[in-house]
Design a protein around this ligand. Sequence first.
Ligand code: NAD
Ligand code: KPL
Length: 304
Amino acid sequence: MTTWHILGVGSLGTLWATRLARAGLPVRLLLRDASSLTRYRAGGGLSLVENGQSSLYPIAAETAQASTPIKRLLLACKAYDAEEAAASLAPRLTPGAEIILLQNGLGSQQAVAEHLPKASYIFASSTEGAFRDGAFRVVFAGQGHTWLGQPGQTQAPGWLEELARAGIPHQWTADILGKLWRKLALNCSINPLTVLHGCRNGGLRDFPEAVATLCAELAQLLHRVGQAEAAEGLHEQVLQVIEATAANYSSMYQDVAAGRRTEIDYLLGHACREADRLALNLPHLSDLQRRLQAELQARGLPLN
Ligand code: NAD
Ligand code: KPL
């Protein structure tokens, strides 16, 4: 049975590692360095909190610099860390190794694939929710679903059955790029505005024109990048998400409020770069990026 090597032992990485391990599947965590490994071992494993109940999983771990070969890698770090993290594992990857990329947005997947062209890539787009509330301790905060796929590949790999066994809700799709673009468009229509207006998602009910204009520009972009299906009903879905998540703060709002780097470069940044590449004038989207970057700068956060 192929071992699941997992790099990125944060929110989603822990959510995957603990469910795979408790289903009896072989899992090895790849920690950043020896001191992180020492701290992990001192705690006795990964803790997952579900419905208020915490369980400890003593999953095997090593540093990324160990030398055993890696046939299957789940890369569960943030988009801005993905390229460097994957490159650090290059000497350990077997030819044709499977790399599952859990990053939100677009751009990081392509950067990783260019760096390590010999691997086989599976892209993922997840709506599951989790957050860290201590060292190696994660709270499962929201049921969701994960799309997995390789562009154009209709046949799912056999190991998908392991996700079913682990109780990870998922579905294979040949149109994974469409799913990633759709999520990117949703995030671009909501998250930056919540940061700029300092509000929960529901606060955007007060800015219906801004939301509608952004959705219209993002739909234009989706058509031009060949993702017409991902543009269908975008505005309606954005309004539904605003209602369904009205009481929540968007992930970007939470990052900014906590003084953490955002994934702006792989969301709005990617959208604006694609528009520039296609000489497509999307004034509201560019203006949103400028305003968001100004806000990040004012808070001393990275602009990318
Ligand atoms: P996170 O910050 O909780 O965890 C990332 C982990 O990767 C951190 O522990 C970090 O130390 C580690 N890491 C980074 N570089 C590393 C390296 N070189 N070596 C070893 N470890 C390294 O992030 P997250 O919230 O799990 O998000 C991961 C991705 O999943 C993001 O793109 C995010 O947008 C997406 N996502 C997250 C959620 C969620 O609820 N958390 C939901 C959907 C999608
Ligand atoms: O995914 C989200 C996020 O906060 O990142 C939603 C809730 C859809 C808002 O864009």
